[in-house]
Design a protein around this ligand. Structure first.
Ligand code: NAD
Ligand code: ZN
Length: 269
């Protein structure tokens, strides 16, 4: 009985912490002049796209070598077969979830000034965010590895693998970066600038294991931003740079923060 009681009170304490952090997040958003969100694969998990790592992650089923340039050049068909299954079959017909929609709403209302995403699924754009820096590129375009022409990744083009360039006949590669490739210059520059300007910085659904993306929240922290992390599990940021760790699913927590924003605004009217 005593055991049950203390477990319950621990649970209550955790719930209370989460609730007060959610409330705090709402207040910080209202007080901030520049807020930026940094998202990872976890924010799209509730749209049905599995992340790379963690339970049910893609790397428990596939070999990450398919995203290595040397492997891709040597075995384009083998690489493309997995790439299509992971990134194009999963992405077809998926919609933004409550977390994506909350971030779009924040931008629309002037609460969110920019969004840096490691994701390549385009869901932030579909949700309606405009100021998005795609740190790892995108899956919607393909680039010829020889003449560099860019084409849209249509189902027709992907019906025969590997897809080939209609100008020079060479293999087309997705316009997202593979392991070891450089970050798209403009996205990198904009992301660093946004991190440096941030008063408030959200880290949402990312393990912090992918470099150099994982340095962006560190830049925000070193530039004086308050860091709020939302993740269903602890990450490499938790207990290191996160000022507030709100444990839970992004699709639950972000709408809860929204509720508190509405309540807080109503009180101040
Ligand atoms: P990751 O796979 O390394 O980690 C996912 C993180 O999300 C974990 O910390 C996990 O605890 C958390 N998470 C899972 N479900 C969640 C939920 N519902 N709410 C909140 N958090 C949740 O992802 P990463 O850190 O983004 O790094 C992986 C790389 O993989 C990125 O570079 C990204 O480009 C790429 N990727 C992208 C997609 C996509 O575009 N949707 C999918 C898989 C991988
Ligand atoms: Zn070409």
């Amino acid at each position: 009985m005593g055991g049950d009681g203390s477990e319950n009170s621990l649970l209550n304490q955790m719930l209370t912490n989460t609730q007060s952090f959610v409330e705090k997040a709402a207040q910080l958003i209202l007080d901030s002049n520049y807020t930026c969100a940094f998202t990872g694969a976890g924010i799209s998990a509730e749209s049905g796209i599995p992340p790379f790592r963690g339970e049910g992650g893609l790397w428990s089923k596939y070999n990450p070598e398919v995203l290595e340039m040397n492997f891709f050049f040597a075995h384009p068909l083998a690489s493309w077969t997995v790439i299509k299954e992971i990134f194009y079959n999963f992405f077809t017909g998926v919609s933004p979830n409550h977390a994506h929609l909350a971030l779009a709403d924040w931008e629309h209302k002037g609460y969110l000034q920019s969004l840096i995403t490691q994701n390549i699924d385009q869901l932030h754009f579909k949700a309606g965010n405009k100021e998005v820096y795609s740190f790892h590129g995108n899956s919607s375009q393909l680039i010829c590895i020889s003449c560099h022409q860019s084409v849209e990744a249509t189902p027709n083009l992907l019906s025969v693998l590997p897809p080939l360039c209609n100008i020079c006949g060479c293999v087309l590669k997705p316009d997202f970066i593979f392991f070891g490739e450089g970050i798209p210059e403009e996205a990198y520059r904009q992301s660093v600038k946004a991190a440096q300007k941030s008063q408030l910085f959200f880290i949402i659904g990312t393990s912090g294991e992918v470099s150099p993306a994982n340095q962006i929240p560190v830049i925000a922290k070193e530039s004086g931003a308050v860091i709020i992390e939302i993740n269903k599990d602890k990450s490499l940021y938790t207990n290191r740079i996160s000022d507030f760790f709100i444990q839970g699913k992004a699709g639950d927590i972000l709408p809860e923060i929204n509720q508190f924003i509405l309540q807080t605004k109503a009180k101040t009217l």
